[in-house]
Design a protein around this ligand. Structure first.
Ligand code: HEC
Length: 179
């Protein structure tokens, strides 16, 4: 019981720290729908986010960022909380579109989605002002190579290019408690 409480309080504290780190002034934007996975016909021949085999060092750096920023919601085993926070472990939604996954980490998500057959309508804050390009690349390389997931590495220069491409897109931010 004691250790459960400690873990629970740890999660709550980490979550609060994450939210406090977010910019206060950003506007609340709730896109009506989740970004669609690119239709197969429109997909580029080679996925521009593929950066070859991941290195143990990159995965280790990503694990640190995961513990600081993602674990509070998606949990240490990447399984999330059914119906509340979608899983990253074995997630069909994440695997279907690497570019969309980069967008979700940078801009957040507040739209109905279905992951492994379960419906979610939650709020993930955009982390573009919290994470560097290298940190986004590392944490995604970690989640794509953990809990049974396997995937190529993400490279900072690809994240930088996508960040630039989506500069005008407003991030999803948790609304302040008392507007
Ligand atoms: C404050 C809680 C929270 C934090 C912190 C958070 N997420 Fe999320 N994440 C969510 C929620 C809730 C959704 C679903 C949002 C929706 O339904 O619109 C989500 C969705 C996702 C998705 C797409 C759905 C899926 O499971 O395939 C990915 C990928 C993801 N998050 C990765 C991350 C990564 C990587 C981090 C850390 C850099 C992170 N999240 C931090 C709560 C969070």
């Amino acid at each position: 019981m004691r250790s459960f409480l400690a873990v629970f309080l740890g999660i709550v504290t980490a979550l609060a720290a994450t939210l406090l780190a977010l910019p206060r002034s950003a506007t609340v934007v709730a896109p009506a729908t989740a970004p669609e996975a690119a239709p197969a016909s429109a997909a580029p021949a080679v996925d521009p986010t593929l950066a070859g085999p991941p290195t143990p060092a990159q995965i280790a750096r990503g694990a640190r960022t995961y513990r600081t920023l993602c674990l509070a919601c998606h949990l240490p085993d990447g399984k999330g909380m059914t119906g509340l926070v979608p899983p990253l472990a074995g997630a069909d939604f994440m695997a279907a579109d690497r570019t969309r996954t980069v967008q979700i980490v940078l801009k957040g998500l507040n739209a109905p989605i279905t992951v492994n057959g379960v419906a979610y309508q939650g709020l993930m804050p955009g982390l573009e002002n919290v994470l560097t390009d290298a940190q986004v690349a590392d944490v995604l390389t970690y989640v794509f190579n953990s809990w049974g997931n396997t995937g190529e590495a993400f490279a900072p220069e690809h994240i930088a290019a996508l960040r630039e491409q989506w500069r005008a897109l407003a991030p999803v931010v948790a609304p302040p408690a008392n507007p």
